[in-house]
Design a binder for this molecule. Structure first.
Ligand SMILES: [Zn+2]
Length: 285
């Protein structure tokens, strides 16, 4: 019978260590959730509480245009340390971007709650904005990320080659995440050549018929994140019509299964990665 050992702590980069006795069963970051959208108007605070009480202790809400980025920032201010915002214009809305909007993002980026530029990217699947406009707006966001010294949250859909080309020419030295990664192993390898970038897995990892399990197996452990992309992409086996941050645990569970790791290990690794990439948990940058 020796002295009682000191309480075990969970090492998290940049976070207050949490005593085992008060630790949740798991502790996750939803690195991408659009909780600012109108689909959460009726019950937003309930959804946020459910996530926080359920172990999803931090949520990154990326804007999709100026108004959405501003709302994401106001949510972050209302939930300090739990919700963080990103400022950016989604490729669907690329035609709403202007130098003036960019200047507003630059101002917003001075707020400690704004932890990234995004989401921006190229979407040639729906092509809701002309391709040339999307490419110009993409480059403008890379420039913003560089000026503000913030990571990029990048949306890629049927546009892998162009994204890689523009990153090679305009994105050297930047850091960020390929959000809701949906490509194959060869594409993942190209993405991972950008040393500051991570791959983020969402609900599609839980579904059949894609290359994501292979990608999830090969990706370096220190370069993977999990996300919901709420309100979209409900993970299996849920039948919910709307995704929410709490459900990120299903993607993390699948990732643990694929990697042959425990759920807690995957939670710890992906949370540490998110904290490091976005600087979450620091009082100021
Ligand atoms: Zn998104």
């Amino acid at each position: 019978m020796g002295m009682p050992s000191p309480p075990e702590t969970v090492p998290l980069v940049g976070a207050r260590p949490i005593r085992t006795t008060e630790r949740k069963l798991w502790l996750l970051v939803d690195s991408h959730a659009h909780i600012d959208t109108s689909r959460f108007n009726a019950d937003r605070e309930t959804v946020i509480s459910a996530a926080l009480e359920g172990g999803v202790t931090r949520i990154v809400d990326p804007g999709t245009d100026l108004a959405s980025s501003q709302f994401a920032l106001s949510l972050a201010k209302a939930h300090p340390g739990a919700i963080f915002a990103a400022a950016g214009t989604h490729p669907h809305d690329a035609t709403t971007y202007s130098d003036e909007v960019g200047a507003r993002y630059r101002e917003m980026a001075k707020e400690p709650e704004v932890v990234a530029i995004g989401e921006f990217g190229l979407d040639y699947f729906r092509m809701l904005s002309p391709r040339d406009v999307q490419r110009d707006v993409f480059c403008a966001h890379l420039q913003l990320a560089r000026e503000c010294d913030l990571p990029c949250i990048i949306h890629v859909r049927d546009s892998h080659d162009d994204v890689i080309e523009l990153l090679r020419t305009h994105g050297q030295g930047l850091r960020g995440v390929f959000h809701c990664f949906s490509g194959n192993v060869a594409q993942a390898e190209e993405c991972l050549e950008f040393e500051g970038f991570m791959l983020s897995f969402a609900g599609p990892l839980t579904r059949q018929g894609n290359a994501l399990p292979e990608v999830a197996r090969m990706a370096p452990l220190d370069r993977i994140l999990v996300e919901t992309d709420s309100p979209y992409l409900v993970p299996q086996p849920l039948r919910a019509r709307r995704n929410e941050p709490l459900f990120v645990k299903y993607t993390a569970e699948k990732l643990a299964e694929i990697r042959g790791m425990t759920f807690e290990e995957i939670a710890r690794v992906t949370t540490a990665n998110a904290m490091r990439l976005f600087g979450l948990g620091e009082s100021s940058r």
